[in-house]
Design a protein around this ligand. Sequence first.
Ligand SMILES: [Zn+2]
Length: 46
Amino acid sequence: MSQELYHVVCRDCTTESLRPTREAAAAVADDHAETVDHEVAVGRVH
Ligand SMILES: [Zn+2]
C-alpha cells in the first residue's frame, strides 16, 4: 500500500502543511494563495 505525502509551503510567510493527496495539497495552496495573495509551492515528499 503506497502512501503519498505532499508538502505545501508558502514562499511569502511561514505557512506550511502536509497533505496526503495532491488534490488536498493543491486545495490548501490555492486557498492560501487566494486568501492572502502569496506564492505557495507544493512538493511531493514521498
Ligand atoms: Zn503565505
